[in-house]
Structure formats: C-alpha cells, structure tokens
Design a protein around this ligand. Sequence first.
Ligand SMILES: Cc1cc2nc3c(=O)[nH]c(=O)nc-3n(C[C@H](O)[C@H](O)[C@H](O)COP(=O)(O)OP(=O)(O)OC[C@H]3O[C@@H](n4cnc5c(N)ncnc54)[C@H](O)[C@@H]3O)c2cc1C
Length: 286
Amino acid sequence: MRFEYLTPATLKECVGLLGELGGRAKIIAGGTDLMLNARSRLIDPEYVIDITGIPELGRIMDDQGGARIGAAVTVRDVSVSPFVKQSYPLLATACSLIGSVGIRNVATIGGNVCRASPSSECSPPLLCLDASAKIVSPRGERTIRLDECFLGPGCTTLAPDELLCEIQIPPSNPGTRSVYLKHSQRGSIDLAIVGIAALAVLQPDSEVCEEIRVGLGAVAPTPIRAHAAEKLLAGHALEDGNIAAAAQAAADESQPISDVRASADYRREMVRVFVTRALREIRGRR
Ligand SMILES: Cc1cc2nc3c(=O)[nH]c(=O)nc-3n(C[C@H](O)[C@H](O)[C@H](O)COP(=O)(O)OP(=O)(O)OC[C@H]3O[C@@H](n4cnc5c(N)ncnc54)[C@H](O)[C@@H]3O)c2cc1C
C-alpha cells in the first residue's frame, strides 16, 4: 500500500486535484472503509485526497428549515446535532447506530453514502427524507436525488473526478413522526441484517397516513424505498391489518441475499417483523 497523501485546504483546490489526477486518485474522508480496501489490495490508488480539511464540507446548516450537511461531517456529529435530532430524528438515530464510538468519531455521512453498501445506515433514512446529493467536479456542479446515486453494491453514479459535497434535505412537515430500527447480531458494531426507516404524517385526530415512506437497508443490492408497502398505506389508517399487509409487501419487494450474517429467507422475514415494529412505533408516537 503506497500512495501520495494530498490535503487540499479549499474546495477549489480539491476539484483542481480531481481534474488533474482523475481515476488515479481516491477521495478519503474518515477512511474507515477506504483504508481497509487499500490494505486488502481491493484498491490501489496512486493518490489519496483527504477532504476533511475543507471547511464547507464539515458544516451542518439549517437552510430555511431544511438541512445542508457537508459530506465530511462525521456520523457522530450528525447523531448529536440538536438541529438534526429535532428535525430528522431517524437520521440522528441511524448515525448513532453505526459501528463503535471510535468509528463514529471519524466515519462521515458522505463516506457512508459513497461507499454504496446495501447495509449503509444513513441511506434508508435519507431516502425517506427525499434527500439530494450536491456533487462537484471540474465540469461544474450538479444535484441529484439520493436514489440516483446508487448503482449496486459498492457502485455509485459518481465519476472518478466527482466529489459529493453536501447532502440536502428538504424541511420536514411539523407533524412528521419517524423511526429507524437496526437489526444486527452484535448491536451497532456489526453491519445490519436489516435496517428499517419509516416516516409518516398522520391526519390530526386520526391514524390515516397523509404521507408515508419506508426505507429498507441490507435487503437489496442498494438501499431502497418500499414503494409497494407505501402505496398500501397511503390514505389509509395505520391499523394492525393495514400494517400487516404493508409489512408483507415490503418483505415481498425486498431482494435479500444469503451471506455470513443471515440467510435471504431470514432477512425477508425480518423485513416483515421490523417494518411492523417501525409502523406500530410511529402509530404510538404523538
Ligand atoms: C468496524 C466497522 C464497523 C462498521 N459499522 C458500520 C455500520 O454499523 N453501519 C454502516 O453503515 N457502516 C459501517 N461501517 C462502514 C463505514 O465505517 C461507514 O460506512 C462510514 O460511514 C464510511 O465513511 P468514511 O468517511 O470512513 O468513508 P471512507 O472510507 O473515507 O470512504 C468510503 C468510500 O467513499 C468515497 N468517498 C468518501 N467521501 C466521499 C465524497 N465526499 N465524495 C465522493 N466519494 C467519497 C471514498 O473514496 C471511498 O471509496 C463500519 C466499518 C467498520 C470498519
């Protein structure tokens, strides 16, 4: 493992380096994923560009009620941010369930998304929150919906000279209730067997869903929204029968694999169980 370590101090300098070095360079943020891959020779970059010294990538900003979270903000800072906890509690919870304290102190939200792991903890909540990704490169700037970032396990739509700059989240409806549940063998230190995010706006004085979104992690090649489950619940009450039908639909639309952590059948069943739990928890919240 031999590479030149570059530490741009500004976004402009970083974009210049990406333009000059293209595919010969890899971006490093917390390095919790990249360093493992480099050590096991899955990647062999000539240059590594550390983005953690770029001030605008390290900020969480309240943008008229919406959030702009710099790609290099650590998941620990996201999890303890009073603004994120207040406005997007499911994202704060998901970030608090990543790895150990040591991992959370360096792992970044941008790295979690760009790693494109099916079991990414941040992605199901961000999909439910309709988040977007602001991307910069020597060719300029573009913003895409988060679901447009993912191609498959470890694969994003970002070109080698593109940098995820910021995660943007629209303001949340004041009545929004949300939850994130992680099921794993060894608590937060282990990757999820399933990760379930759910978000709902219920009509006042009734349990009818005005808005309902369900995000699934670790049960498909990429984190996904459970659209069939959402369709079953939209405009209907969060009653046990409807919840059961939606949870089954979410299990049916998942495409899990068997691996060292769990079999595909077990994962599918856990989608049903944890979507049920998540929706019941939302119903119980005021
Ligand atoms: C012991 C351990 C436990 C873990 N537990 C969990 C867990 O419970 N849940 C979970 O989701 N993950 C877990 N992970 C995986 C990993 O730590 C996280 O996904 C983390 O958020 C990755 O962020 P990072 O900043 O360390 O990324 P890095 O390792 O720095 O980068 C990851 C990848 O993204 C690219 N990249 C990083 N930032 C950008 C950017 N701004 N623009 C473009 N590309 C970029 C890098 O080039 C690299 O390919 C764990 C890892 C370890 C080692």
